[in-house]
Design a protein around this ligand. Structure first.
Ligand SMILES: *Cc1c(COP(=O)(O)O)cnc(C)c1O
Length: 424
C-alpha cells in the first residue's frame, strides 16, 4: 500500500522512517512537515475538518466533528470599507454553522491529534496549556472516550469545562504560570504509556489548523491576498502558510502566498519586536522586557507564549519571510473597540485574541498597508462563549491533583503511573 503521506525535516530535507517523531532524529533544529501524496485537494464526504481528510495525517475521521466556517458579513465589510473580506470563524455560532463547542480553533488541533495517536498505537498525550488547548483536549477526550493528561496553571482551572462529562482526564493544576506547567508536563510525559503532545512540532496539530486556509480557499475559490490572525505561539499562522503551499501545488487556487499579517497584544509582543528587527532570534532583554509584568497587562493571555516556534526552521520567521509578512502590536483599547465592532455587525462575542486580530486589520487599513479591494481572510480564532453557555450544560473538569512548585514530582508521577494502568 502506498502511504498517504511522508514526514520530511524542513531543515535537512530528508524524509523520516518513523512518522511518530516530534523532532528530527538527525538533530536539525527544524519542524517536521507532512507531504501528502495526493497533490489535489479531494473533498471527503464528512463533516467539519474531515472534509479535508485528504490533507490530514490520519486514515479515518473522528466524527462527529466541527470545523472552521468561512463566511462574509456585508455589515462588517461596509464598516471597514472592504469589498472582498472573508471571515473564518472557529467557535460557536449556530446561525452560520459554526459548531466548535469549546469555542476556539484549538479544537481543530485536538481532534486530528487524538485520532492520530489512536492510529499510531494508543499513547496517552500529555498537554501543557494556558486554558483553551486543555479545554479542547478535555472535550475530545469526553467525545471519543480516550484518556488525556492536561497540565495547566491553577489560575486557569476555571477554563477547563466540557459539554459532556470527561471522566478520562488526568488534570494537574500547577501553582505557577504557563512555563511552570510546561516543565511539569515534560516530567509527566516520561511516564510509560504517555507521550508529549508536541505543540507546534505535532504535524496533526498544524494540519488540523491548516483547514482554516483550506476551507477559505474552497469556499471562495482562491488563496486570499492577505491573512490576518492573532498569534501566541504562531502555530496557527505556520499552519496557514503550509496549507497555502499545498494549495499552490494543487494549482486550482492561485500561485501566490497570502501575505501573513500577524498580531500580538501590547505590551507583550516578542515576535513583533524580533520581526521588525528582521532577527531570527528572540532576545528576551530586547523583545520581551519585564515579561511577567507585561503579560499581566494584556487582554488576551493566550497570546503570551514566551518560547514560540519562531526561529526554528520551518517556523514563524520563515513563514513571515516567505510571505513578506507584517506584524502588529495591538493595544487593549483597540482590541476592545474591535470586539464591540464585531459584536454589533456580525453578532458574535469574540475571544479576546480574535478581537486583537480584527484590530490589526483596522490598523493595516489605517496605514494603507492593504487596499480596499484586496482579497482578505480574517481568522477569528475563537468566540461564541455566551451562546455555548445558553445552549449547553457545562461540566467543570476537576483537578486530579494540585501541586506547588517546590514539592517533589515523585508523588504525582506515581499517581499518573497508577492512573495509566487503569485507563491507558
Ligand atoms: C491559542 C489561540 C490563539 C493563538 O494561536 P497560536 O497558534 O498559539 O499562535 C489565537 N486565538 C485563540 C482563540 C487561541 O486560543
Amino acid at each position: 500500500m502506498i502511504p498517504k503521506y511522508r514526514i520530511r525535516c524542513v531543515g535537512g530535507g530528508e524524509t523520516l522512517d518513523d512518522i511518530s517523531l516530534l523532532s528530527c532524529p538527525q538533530g536539525h533544529d527544524s519542524l517536521l512537515r507532512t507531504e501528502y501524496c495526493s497533490r489535489k485537494l479531494h473533498l471527503a464526504p464528512h463533516t467539519g475538518i474531515y472534509r479535508y481528510l485528504a490533507w490530514l495525517p490520519v486514515n479515518a475521521p473522528l466524527l462527529p466533528s466541527g470545523g472552521p466556517v468561512t463566511f462574509t458579513s456585508s455589515e462588517l465589510s461596509r464598516e471597514l470599507g472592504l469589498s472582498h473580506l472573508s471571515i473564518s470563524f472557529s467557535g460557536y455560532f449556530p446561525e452560520i454553522g459554526a459548531n466548535l463547542t469549546t469555542g476556539s480553533f484549538k479544537e481543530l488541533e485536538a481532534s486530528p491529534t487524538m485520532q492520530r495517536l489512536k492510529e499510531l498505537g494508543n499513547s496517552v498525550p500529555v498537554i501543557a496549556s494556558a486554558g483553551n488547548t486543555g479545554r479542547a483536549f478535555a472535550e475530545l477526550s469526553a467525545r471519543c472516550r480516550r484518556p488525556v493528561v492536561i497540565v495547566i496553571p491553577e489560575k486557569a482551572v476555571h477554563r477547563l469545562w466540557t459539554t459532556e462529562p470527561a471522566p478520562k482526564v488526568f488534570l494537574v493544576a500547577v501553582q505557577g504560570d504557563y512555563s511552570d506547567a510546561i516543565a511539569v508536563s515534560n516530567t509527566l510525559a516520561t511516564v510509560p504509556g504517555c507521550v508529549p503532545e508536541g505543540g507546534a512540532r505535532n504535524v496533526a496539530r498544524r494540519d488540523g489548523m491548516g483547514t482554516v486556509m483550506l476551507d477559505a480557499a474552497v469556499t471562495t475559490g482562491r488563496i486570499p491576498d492577505h491573512y490576518f490572525q492573532a498569534v501566541g505561539s504562531g502555530t496557527g499562522a505556520i499552519a496557514a502558510w503550509e496549507a497555502a503551499m499545498r494549495l499552490i501545488r494543487d494549482g486550482r487556487y492561485g500561485n501566490r502566498f497570502p501575505r501573513l499579517h500577524l498580531a500580538q497584544n501590547l505590551p507583550f509582543t516578542p515576535m513583533v519586536s524580533a520581526w521588525e528587527a528582521r532577527r531570527r532570534e528572540i532576545v528576551p532583554a530586547d523583545d520581551m522586557p519585564d515579561a511577567t509584568e507585561n503579560i499581566g497587562k494584556v487582554m488576551s493571555d493566550v497570546l503570551t507564549n514566551r518560547n514560540p516556534p519562531y526561529g526554528i526552521r520551518g517556523g514563524l520567521f520563515d513563514a513571515l519571510q516567505e510571505t513578506d509578512g507584517r506584524m502588529y502590536g495591538v493595544p487593549n483599547a483597540a482590541g476592545a473597540k474591535a470586539m464591540r465592532l464585531v459584536e454589533e455587525t456580525v453578532g458574535i462575542d469574540l475571544d479576546p485574541a480574535a478581537a486583537v486580530a480584527t484590530a490589526s486589520l483596522v490598523q493595516a487599513l489605517e496605514k494603507d498597508i492593504i487596499g480596499p479591494d484586496d482579497h482578505i481572510l480574517l481568522n477569528l480564532t475563537g468566540g461564541g462563549y455566551k451562546r455555548i453557555r445558553e445552549d449547553f450544560t457545562l461540566h467543570p473538569v476537576p483537578p486530579t491533583a494540585t501541586i506547588t512548585l517546590d514539592e517533589s514530582r515523585d508523588e504525582i508521577v506515581r499517581m499518573l503511573e497508577e492512573w495509566i494502568a487503569h485507563h491507558g
